[in-house]
Design a protein around this ligand. Structure first.
Ligand code: KIV
Length: 276
């Protein structure tokens, strides 16, 4: 379906969801919902995605899957879930599908070709992820734009093609120059979904909490927040807290009432005398 959309020139929209609330909001708007390992830094308070485990991902995927999304539900393979052998990778990815995902996403290029082939052979659709891959933060020396040297740029184009040939149905391109992402997109048959990769991709992805301005951490320049969700929610919560403190909450319409016949026995009730 994604390849058809690509041929039709329809730009794909993907965002993240980590629980039932965000999943329901996203599902009414986007084409692809990603239970991203970004849950680690966005929701769980980690500095990066490396501490995110399969158990954490399964927990969040199950919450999202219970909402029965109509969008394509993709689950992100966390660090170390696809590095320790093909059998374990298939078990982890297959477990995602058993929990309701329709596909998995994993980071990396040439080194992942064998794994991608093995997953696709097991009927597990795979979305690739190239460029600034957050799980490689330690080898990249930080969260830095990738593909700026000739070697890196050509390697990325090569990796993108090889991932497509290995069976990936789409590719996330993150944190790379716009021209490079555009070139990858025009040379591939599968759709590319960009994040910090310019407008020449087949679609775009942003983290849900970033689009809604819910985070208060440093925002990279490719993030456009469409509202100040943090302020909006904080204002609403403060309003409620003020109403509680002033006695304006709850109103009588917001309270349950006893039947009138019980008013007298309740008013006449006294604590039983307690024998020593
Ligand atoms: O984990 C995530 O949210 C991602 C997207 C930003 C592509 O990998």
């Amino acid at each position: 379906m994604l390849q058809r959309w690509r041929r039709e020139g329809r730009r794909l929209v993907m965002t993240t969801a980590y629980d039932a609330v965000t999943a329901r909001i996203a599902d009414s708007v986007v084409d692809i919902t990603l239970v991203g390992d970004s849950v680690g830094n966005v929701c769980l308070g980690f500095d990066n995605t490396l501490p995110v485990s399969m158990a954490m991902m399964n927990h969040h995927l199950e919450a999202v899957a219970r909402t029965r999304p109509r969008t394509l539900l993709v689950a992100d393979m966390p660090f170390l879930s696809f590095h320790l052998g093909i059998e374990e990778t298939i078990r982890n990815a297959g477990g995602f599908l058993q929990r309701g995902a329709a596909a998995v996403k994993l980071e990396g290029g040439a080194k992942r070709i064998e794994i991608v082939r093995a997953l696709v052979d097991c009927e597990i659709p795979v979305m690739g992820h190239l460029g600034l891959t957050p799980q490689s933060v330690n080898v990249m020396g930080g969260f830095k734009v990738q593909g700026r040297s000739a070697d890196d740029a050509l390697r990325l184009l090569d990796d993108a093609y090889r991932l497509q040939e290995a069976g990936c149905f789409a590719l996330v391109l993150e944190g790379i120059p716009a021209e490079l992402a555009a070139r990858a997109t025009e040379t591939l048959e599968i759709p590319t979904i960009g994040i910090g990769a310019g407008s020449g991709c087949s679609g775009q992805v942003l983290v849900f909490h970033d689009v809604l301005g819910l985070t208060r951490v440093h925002r990279p320049k490719f993030v456009r927040a469409y509202t100040d969700g943090f302020q909006l929610l904080q204002d609403a919560l403060s309003h409620w807290a003020a109403d509680v403190r002033s006695g304006a909450f709850p109103r009588s319409q917001e309270s349950y009432r006893l039947p009138e016949a019980l008013a007298e026995p309740i008013a006449n009730w006294a604590p039983p005398s307690v024998k020593a």
